[in-house]
Design a protein around this ligand. Structure first.
Ligand SMILES: [Mg+2]
Length: 243
């Protein structure tokens, strides 16, 4: 992958890239419990605030949207409990990260995530969390993808040039496009292709810049990053000259 500039760091999205979780996002569950508040509005609060307890979630929601009813409070407590154990490591994810560490690469985690679900990631993949040299989470920084703030922060914490970093993620608009725009190399893991149809069409029709590589699962990432396997577009795999 880009032989002229060796890869020094690999930055991973978390949800659907390293772990799987419940099919319904927590912001949608909470929005369904509250009157007149959209899932996007809930996300703008819960994904950007550090919480220690479900009570703090309710306080933050009440401060923004008005009083949280008793039923919603009970529902949010139950959701917190479920989310705290919901993440499961994807087969091959820990092996991939640890093999990259063994090769001397620096590892970043870059995720839009809320506090209880991150707790379950720490339980599901403790070796990955322990091996990471930089962990940048929306619930700690207040910024969310596709804003470039957290991308710049993780690159800075890893101490590498963007051109020597690879972003690995499953969502084109949030993980891949901002990374390309910053001059990073990218591996698009099409873990949930049905959610990515518009982006797949955009890339195939030349309307969106092509990732450095596109793979079907996290198990293919190690070979792609280390150059052990060819990519879908080997003639385009020289880093920034992608569009
Ligand atoms: Mg993801």
């Amino acid at each position: 992958m880009g032989a002229s500039e060796p890869v020094e760091a690999v930055i991973f999205d978390i949800g659907a890239t390293l772990v799987t979780g419940p099919p319904i996002a927590p912001n949608k569950v909470i929005a369904a419990l509250m009157e007149g508040v959209t899932a996007a509005e809930v996300a703008s609060v819960i994904m950007t605030t550090p919480f220690e307890s479900p009570g703090e979630v309710c306080d933050a929601l009440a401060a923004r949207f008005g009083a949280v009813g008793e039923d919603a409070l009970v529902g949010i407590c139950g959701l917190w409990e479920r989310q705290s154990t919901a993440a499961h490591g994807i087969d091959g994810a820990a092996e991939c990260v640890l093999a990259l560490v063994e090769r001397g690469l620096r590892i970043g985690l870059l995720s839009d995530i809320w506090s209880p679900y991150y707790h379950s990631v720490e339980r599901a993949l403790p070796e990955v969390v322990g091996a990471a040299h930089s962990i940048v989470l929306s619930c700690r920084t207040g910024a969310r993808k596709p804003d470039k703030d957290n991308f710049l922060r993780v690159i800075s914490e890893l101490g590498v040039e963007p051109s020597r970093a690879v972003m690995v993620g499953d969502t084109y608009t949030h993980d891949i496009l901002p990374a390309i725009e910053l001059g990073m190399r990218t591996v698009w893991v099409l873990a949930r292709p049905e959610r990515e149809i518009e982006s797949v069409l955009g890339v195939m029709n030349g309307m969106l810049p092509c990732p450095t590589a596109t793979v079907g699962s996290i198990r293919e990432v190690l070979g792609t990053v280390t150059g052990a396997t060819t990519t879908c577009h080997p003639e385009r795999s020289e880093g920034s000259a992608l569009n």
